[in-house]
Design a protein around this ligand. Structure first.
Ligand code: NAD
Ligand code: TYD
Length: 378
C-alpha cells in the first residue's frame, strides 16, 4: 500500500499535543532541530506539563498554545488557522499511581480528550474531498496487560487486557483512533511503546525519582519485591520511531516500539545507585553541591533502598516484540542502557534548576512569567 501522507507531503504545520510533557518536549526539540516545518504545541500545562522544557527553542517555528485537548472547537480552529496536516498526540494523564488514586482525570483526558481531537481532525480533514493528513497516536505497551516469565513479548496482535485505570483509558483511546480510521477513513497510525527514560521526565517516575532522591539523600521506594520487569527505552529512540511511523507507516496500522532491554525494577535502582556513585567519583564538586546525599557523607547510595507496599494490581512484566516496526519502518533502538542512563544522570546533574523548580512547585509560574496574556498564535 502506498503511503499517501509521505507521497503528497508538503507539511505546513504539525500540531503536537502534550508538547510540554516529557516525551512531547523531547520530540518537539528533535523536530525543530531537523527539517523546517512549523510546530504548534497544544498543552494544558497540568502538573506534568512544564513550559521550561521548551525553553531555548526557535521561536519562529514554534507556537505554544495553552489549551485543553478536550476543547474540540479550539483544536478545529488551530488545525485550520495553522493549516496543520499532521497531529502527533502525546497529551495524556500518564502516571499509573495517580490513576489508582484518581482515575477520573484519566478518562477525561485520555478518552474524552482523544475523542475531541479525532472529532476536530475529522471535521477539518475529511470535509469535502478531504486532504492528505495524518493523525499519529502515541500509546503504551501497558494496554496489553501483563506477561508471565516465559511468555512471548507483546505483539500487535495480542488481545488488549489493560489492568490499571491508566492503561484502560489508553486502551479506550487506541480503540477510538482505530474506529475513526475504520469508520470515517481518517488516516491514522499508532505506536505502542515501552517505558521511556531520559531528559525532562517528571521526577515521579521510577528513573528520575531515584536519581533525584539519591542526590537529596531521600529513600528509594521499591514497590513490593522489586522483581517487576519493564522494558526501558531511551526517549530519543522513541521519538525516532514516531518519525519513522510518520514517514513509512501505513495508515490504520499499529507498531509496537521497544528497547530489547527488559530489567527488574530492583536492578534498575541498583544500576542508578552505581552510576551516580561513578559520576561522583569523577567530580569532587558534586559532594559540595549535594551534601545531603549519602555519597557525600561517605556512605553508599544503595543504603537508601527501602521496600514499600506494592502498587495495587501491579503488572508483573512488560516486554515488546518490535519485529513489525523493524521490518516495516526500519526501526531499531540505538541507545544502550548504560549509555542512556549515564546521559540521563548527566542531564539531571546539569539541569538542577529544572527539577528543583518542579519539586518546589515554582515551575507552575512559567505560564504567568512567560506567556501572560497570550493565547492562540505565538
Ligand atoms: P507526561 O505526563 O510527561 O506529559 C503529558 C503532557 O500532556 C503534559 O505536558 C500535560 O500538561 C499534557 N496534558 C495533560 N492533559 C492535557 C489536556 N487535557 N489537554 C492538553 N494537554 C494535556 O507524559 P509522557 O510521559 O510524556 O507521555 C506522553 C505520551 O506517551 C502519553 O500519551 C503516554 O501515554 C505515552 N507513553 C508514555 C510512556 C512513558 O514511559 N512515559 C511510554 C509509552 C507511552
Ligand atoms: P513508573 O515509572 O511509574 O512506570 P509504569 O508504572 O508506567 O511502568 O514505574 C516503573 C516501575 O517501577 C513500575 O513497576 C513501578 C515501579 N516503581 C517503584 O518500584 N517505585 C517507585 O517509586 C515508582 C515511581 C515506581
Amino acid at each position: 500500500m502506498e503511503n499517501e501522507y509521505e507521497k503528497e507531503a508538503d507539511v505546513k504545520s504539525t500540531l503536537i499535543t502534550g508538547g510540554a510533557g516529557f516525551i512531547g518536549a523531547n520530540y518537539v526539540r528533535r523536530r525543530l532541530q531537523s527539517g523546517d516545518s512549523k510546530v504548534v504545541v497544544l498543552d494544558a500545562l497540568t502538573y506534568a506539563g512544564n513550559g521550561a522544557s521548551l525553553e531555548g527553542l526557535d521561536d519562529e517555528r514554534l507556537t505554544f498554545v495553552h489549551g485543553d485537548i478536550r476543547d474540540s472547537d479550539l483544536v478545529e480552529r488551530l488545525l485550520r488557522e495553522w493549516e496543520c496536516d499532521c497531529v502527533i498526540h502525546f497529551a495524556a494523564e500518564s502516571h499509573v499511581d495517580r490513576s489508582i488514586s484518581g482515575p477520573d482525570a484519566f478518562i477525561q483526558t485520555n478518552v474524552n480528550g482523544t475523542h475531541a481531537l479525532l472529532l476536530a481532525a475529522k471535521r477539518v480533514w475529511l470535509a469535502g474531498e478531504g486532504r492528505p493528513h495524518r493523525f499519529h497516536h502515541v500509546s503504551t505497551d501497558e494496554v496489553y496487560g501483563t506477561l508471565g516469565p516465559g511468555d512471548h513479548p507483546f505483539r500487535e496482535t495480542n488481545q488488549y487486557e489493560p489492568n490499571s485505570p491508566y492503561s484502560a483509558s489508553k486502551a479506550g483511546s487506541d480503540h477510538l483512533v482505530r474506529a475513526y480510521h475504520h469508520t470515517y477513513g481518517l488516516e491514522v497510525t499508532t505506536t505502542n511503546c515501552s517505558n521511556n527514560y531520559g531528559p525532562y521526565q517528571f521526577p515521579e517516575k521510577l528513573i528520575p525519582l531515584m536519581i533525584v532522591n539519591i542526590l537529596l539523600g531521600r529513600n528509594l521506594p521499591v514497590y513490593g519485591d522489586g522483581m517487576q520487569i519493564r522494558d526501558w527505552l531511551y526517549v530519543d529512540d522513541h521519538c525516532a520511531a514516531i518519525d519513522l511511523a510518520l514517514e513509512r507507516g501505513v495508515s490504520g496500522e499499529v507498531y509496537n516500539i521497544g528497547g530489547d532491554n527488559e530489567r527488574p525494577n530492583i536492578e534498575i535502582v541498583k544500576r542508578i545507585c552505581e552510576a551516580v556513585e561513578v559520576r561522583f567519583a569523577k567530580d569532587d564538586e558534586l559532594k559540595s553541591r549535594f551534601p545531603e546525599g549519602p555519597i557525600s557523607r561517605g556512605g553508599a547510595a544503595e543504603d537508601l533502598i527501602t521496600y514499600v507496599e506494592d502498587r495495587p494490581g501491579h503488572d508483573r512484566r512488560y516486554a515488546i516484540d518490535f519485529s513489525k516496526a523493524k521490518r516495516d519502518l526500519g526501526y531499531e533502538p540505538t541507545w544502550d542502557f548504560d549509555q542512556g542512563l549515564a546521559a540521563t544522570i548527566d542531564w539531571y546533574l546539569q539541569m538542577e534548576p529544572w527539577w528543583r523548580a518542579v519539586m518546589d512547585g515554582t515551575y507552575r509560574d512559567w505560564l504567568e512569567l512567560n506567556y501572560a496574556g497570550r493565547s492562540g498564535r505565538g
